[in-house]
Design a protein around this ligand. Structure first.
Ligand code: PXL
Length: 260
């Protein structure tokens, strides 16, 4: 059984963060492990509080997991501050974690900041260069590149700029654009596009977390990146299609869906 690790924040509401990642690993038949960076007090209506864990304790969790169980692939989600990023980057490098998927999480769906402003530089300098693939959405890509991204050409240009930050591959997700929700992968030489029908649902909490966790799981299972992304895209599309109303706000995806 493949051993999957999420390095991310806890969402007490169970829809995003560590909880979404573990549900996704499970859906793909993988063994899930977690390194918590922060604990959020959160529900479908928003984030009521964030408690950052001490950076050395974040790194200690990673050491504990790697030293005993081992890791076949990992993903990062909410990293919150520069000190946590610094501590993690050292440990990730030291242990040579394979198949690292970096979701450069910056804000919750409701707009709550999940990465401190001064931590973006650390994310770019210390974590993104370690990634096999990064999975920014449009607002995150705009923050990482300083560009305004409106058209598909803008997306391609931004993907190139982000590739120069040192990630081996960049998957720029188009879900925030109004027209076609196409995602674009840039591997340093060519572009690949991923289409999916746009499903209108208010229950999309944890979509980015679930997508990046699914990519990590499929990489661990031996799929090439392009295949890992197409399977994962199908998975989130179905998970959104069968998402459900829970709580009064943005409800969760359905992680029980099956894709082949
Ligand atoms: O979807 C980004 C995200 C990541 N991690 C945690 C979150 C959220 C969004 O709410 O709460 C812990």
């Amino acid at each position: 059984m493949k051993r999957l690790l999420t390095i991310a924040g806890s969402d007490s509401g169970g829809g995003a963060g560590i909880q979404a990642d573990l549900k996704t690993f499970h859906a793909f038949g993988c063994y899930g492990m977690s390194v918590l960076t922060v604990i959020t007090a959160q529900n479908t209506q928003g984030v009521q509080g964030v408690l950052d864990l001490p950076p050395e304790f974040v790194a200690l969790q990673l050491e504990s997991v790697v030293n005993d169980l081992g890791v076949d692939a990992a993903k990062t989600g909410m990293l919150s501050n520069a000190e946590i990023i610094e501590a993690l980057s050292k440990t990730i490098e030291q242990f040579n974690i394979p198949h690292l998927v970096v979701d450069p999480v910056m804000r919750s769906k409701g707009g709550h900041p999940l990465l401190q402003d001064d931590a973006q530089q650390a994310l770019m300098a210390k974590i993104i260069p370690l990634a096999e693939v990064i999975t920014p959405n449009i607002p995150e890509a705009e923050a990482l590149t300083g560009m305004a991204i409106k058209t598909k050409d803008d997306m391609r240009e931004a993907a190139k700029v982000m590739h120069n930050l040192g990630a081996k591959n960049v998957l720029l997700k188009g879900g925030h654009r109004e027209e076609d929700a196409v995602d674009i992968l840039f591997d340093g030489s060519e572009f690949t596009e991923y289409f999916a029908e746009r499903i209108r649902s208010k229950n999309t909490h944890g979509t980015g977390c679930t997508y990046s966790a699914a990519i990590a799981a499929n990489l661990a299972m031996g799929h090439q990146l392009k295949k890992a992304i197409s399977i994962s895209k199908k998975f989130i599309t179905e998970a959104i299609r069968f998402s459900f109303d829970l709580g009064k706000g943005i409800g969760p995806l359905n992680h029980f869906v099956k894709v082949d």
